[in-house]
Design a protein around this ligand. Sequence first.
Ligand code: ATP
Ligand code: MG
Length: 137
Amino acid sequence: MERTFIAIKPDGVQRGLISEIITRFERKGFKLVGLKIMVPSKGFAQQHYHGAKERPFFNGLCDFISSGPVVAMVWEGEGVIRYGRKLIGATDPKKSEPGTIRGDLAVVVARNIIHGSDGPETAKDEISLWFKPEELV
Ligand code: ATP
Ligand code: MG
């Protein structure tokens, strides 16, 4: 069954949005198969976002991701990679539709509260970066 990697970023955790975000994925019908909370090192954040290393915001992004607790999750379900991105909304919360997580709960692109894998390859890579196989049910 299809799986994706979802992370609640330090701003989402700090703002008390963990249960709100988990609820939205659960109510849609997706299944939570992995869950942990951790403070990633900067090196770990750089690995996670290696696809963005040429972007001007890369350093600030990695500083931010390693600045506090992140809730790392693996969600399972038919079409969960694509539909998870739909639940999350556009990268810039000012362009995210109301009804999406970022559209309802965030304003600023650098504080957009949640990450979701953008395709099957990144989902596979990110799941194996954040979780050992035995940590998934
Ligand atoms: P994510 O990978 O976090 O799920 P995304 O796939 O919607 O987000 P990406 O293009 O992969 O968007 O950008 C990764 C992250 O970098 C964004 O979620 C956001 O936090 C940050 N980011 C993107 N664009 C900017 C920007 N112009 N300024 C600051 N931060 C940005
Ligand atoms: Mg991305």
